[in-house]
Design a protein around this ligand. Structure first.
Ligand code: KIV
Length: 272
């Protein structure tokens, strides 16, 4: 019997571009730790996003702003140890790139060098173009993120749908083109009207990955804890729940507590 390991073909930024050209939809989910990353990679996800949504989902903060670069690197390193096939993209956290392209490059290099991830993601339009150019010219792939950009929540004030008005829609389309020209290999479009997302996807050569942006995007992303129903209190219209793991896990823990209290666990066959 051969002991040779079955080789797995890695998803790269070039593969994603080819998928767009061939009309094959791109699947992306978040993961912040080894065990979850293994599950989503084994299931065949194309892109794993180590999102700064870890700030909410893992660390319990109200916004994505408090998470640090060190914490993101720590999450990304665990994900890298688990993933064999998917492209791993890591969010540059708030405060580590805004307004300073040299600092942006320094942060991106730390993520790539210390975690072993494959690409970074940054939120924003025109104001990040210089940073994108600098990071891409250092050989680091960058994914853009337009529409609802949670790192700017205090500027916008709400998490409602963005770019519903013509003026904001025009700015989004122009930002998308600028980011593509600056070298972004893909773009997340979050919570914008589906017609606008479709138009952006048709205009761009690089793939768009939608979240709450309809079916015209080249791929879709969700926060894994939301789609698995681990995170119960978040139910926007765009979220499809594929499981109710909060109830499943809580039920299992209640059952365990009952068994411990009653003396049913462990039985003789579960002891030495
Ligand atoms: O941080 C995150 O999980 C994200 C996705 C919602 C796209 O940016």
């Amino acid at each position: 019997m051969s002991t040779a390991k079955k080789s797995v073909k890695r998803v790269t930024t070039h593969v994603l571009r080819a998928m767009k050209e061939q009309g094959i939809k791109i699947s992306m989910l978040t993961a912040y730790d080894y065990s979850m990353a293994r599950i989503v990679d084994d299931a065949g996800i194309d892109v794993v996003l180590v999102g700064d949504s870890a700030s909410n989902v893992i660390h319990g903060h109200e916004t994505t702003l408090p998470i640090t670069l060190d914490q993101m690197i720590d999450h990304a390193s665990s994900v890298v140890r688990a993933v064999k096939r998917a492209l791993i993209v890591v969010d540059l956290p708030f405060g580590h790139y805004q307004g300073d392209s040299k600092n942006a490059l320094k942060s991106a290099i730390r993520i790539m060098k210390e975690s072993g991830a494959h690409a970074i993601k940054m939120e924003g339009g025109e104001f990040i173009v210089d940073s994108v150019k600098r990071i891409v010219s250092a050989g680091i792939p960058v994914m853009g993120h337009l529409g609802l950009t949670p790192q700017s929540i205090y500027k916008f004030g709400t998490y409602t749908v963005r770019a519903k008005e013509e003026e904001e829609a025009k700015i989004l389309l122009s930002d998308a083109t600028k980011l593509e020209k600056a070298g972004c290999f893909a773009m997340v479009l979050e919570k914008i009207p589906r017609q606008l997302a479709r138009e952006a996807s048709e205009r761009l050569y690089v793939p768009t990955i939608g979240i709450g942006a309809g079916n015209g995007c080249d791929g879709q992303v969700l926060v894994t804890h939301d789609m698995l129903g681990i995170n119960k209190g978040f139910s926007p219209r765009f979220l499809r729940r594929y499981a109710n793991l909060y109830d499943v896990m809580k039920g299992a823990v209640e059952h365990y507590i009952e068994d411990v209290k009653s003396g049913d666990f462990p039985k003789d066959e579960e002891a030495y």
